[in-house]
Design a protein around this ligand. Structure first.
Ligand SMILES: O=C(O)CCC(=O)C(=O)O
Length: 264
């Protein structure tokens, strides 16, 4: 897949609220990451550090698996989230001098195709507004560890919703009723609903803005959909006064946990 130029990436990001780039992570690293995702999911923590939040329901084999800050438990997962091409991509899109990782989610959407695999429509800032000042340049890089096809419950973006304002109470990652959310978002009357599935080859990535509505449906294929959502910030971000000790942002000064993955 060809490299997209910086102007093209930036204009799509500011207009649509997301953009994509293929071929950022090489196949040998993806292969190692796949094995280490399975290890961490099975509770094998190479660094001895247990992730804070797990969402693995052994009694529901189709629910999305979500492990927060899995990169702190495993050296190969840290290698992935620190991979220089990812930082360079984010810096290009944001026209930034610095890009830092501040939180990471390991995501595996199992095959099987039931609503347990849904991710409800949401804006990432719904989960971040108590930590970051409203105009902070905080955003998500979503890295495909395997090919993401249309039947795998790809992440979908609502094109242009980055320009529809912040709606704290409309949408919820953890509520699988994706139709209900879409109705509520439609009710805002902010713009036409244009759902764009993010289809990527393994090693490609998308970047979405903190206000861009996104969600995903069930994985009806026979293969798991594996990815990492890496939450990033640039130098144009500021922790809210009083929030310095809150989870995720309290470690910004610890570059072993929150690596700087691009510096001009
Ligand atoms: O993987 C998905 O379907 C959703 C992930 C997500 O909400 C995010 O990356 O912010």
């Amino acid at each position: 897949m060809s490299e997209r130029n910086a102007d093209d990436l930036r204009s799509q990001f500011s207009r649509d609220g997301f953009t994509t780039q293929e071929s950022l992570v090489p196949a040998d690293l993806l292969e190692r990451v796949t094995a280490h995702m399975d290890a961490v999911t099975a509770g094998d923590y190479e660094t001895g550090r247990t992730p804070n939040h797990h969402r693995i329901k052994p009694d529901d084999a189709t629910e999305i698996i979500k492990i927060d800050n899995a990169h702190l438990s495993d050296h190969t997962l840290m290698e992935l989230v620190s991979y220089p091409a990812l930082g360079a991509f984010a810096a290009t899109v944001m026209d930034a001098a610095m890009v830092q990782v501040w939180a990471v989610q390991l995501l595996i959407k199992p095959p099987g195709g039931t609503p347990s695999g849904h991710v409800g429509w949401h804006q990432d800032f719904q989960y971040w507004h108590s930590k970051w000042e409203p105009d902070s340049e905080v955003f998500t890089l979503w890295v495909a560890i395997n090919d993401v096809t249309a039947d795998m419950g790809p992440m979908c973006m609502l094109r242009g919703s980055n320009q529809w304002g912040f709606h704290k109470d409309i949408g919820d990652f953890f509520d699988s009723d994706i139709e209900k959310h879409l109705e509520q978002i439609r009710g805002l009357g902010a713009g036409p609903i244009d759902e764009v599935p993010i289809l990527l080859n393994a090693g490609g990535a998308s970047l979405h803005a903190r206000l861009t509505y996104h969600g995903s449906a069930a994985n009806t294929s026979t293969q798991p959909r594996r990815s990492f959502a890496i939450h990033l910030r640039t130098e144009r971000s500021k922790v809210l006064p009083g929030a310095e000790d809150s989870e995720y942002v309290r470690d910004l000064g610890d570059l072993e946990r929150c690596p700087i993955i691009y510096s001009a």
